[in-house]
Design a protein around this ligand. Structure first.
Ligand SMILES: [Zn+2]
Length: 60
């Protein structure tokens, strides 16, 4: 297993976006996300989602 294989696994699928309110809260900053309240799982607002992607992104 090489480093590039690990990068492939790190890519996570996006949950479906809501058609309208109520939106789920961001699990990190409690801001409303773009995802429906009924969505089961970790919901992140666009800002935290971007930070998370930065954190988990492959850097070389
Ligand atoms: Zn957030």
């Amino acid at each position: 297993m090489s480093d590039s294989d690990y990068c492939m696994i790190a890519e996570t699928p996006r949950p479906p976006k809501a058609d309208g309110p109520p939106y789920a809260e961001c699990v990190q900053c409690r801001e409303p996300t773009e995802y429906p309240e009924s969505y089961k799982g970790i919901t992140l607002c666009p800002v935290c989602e971007w930070r998370e992607a930065e954190r988990t992104a492959c850097s070389g």
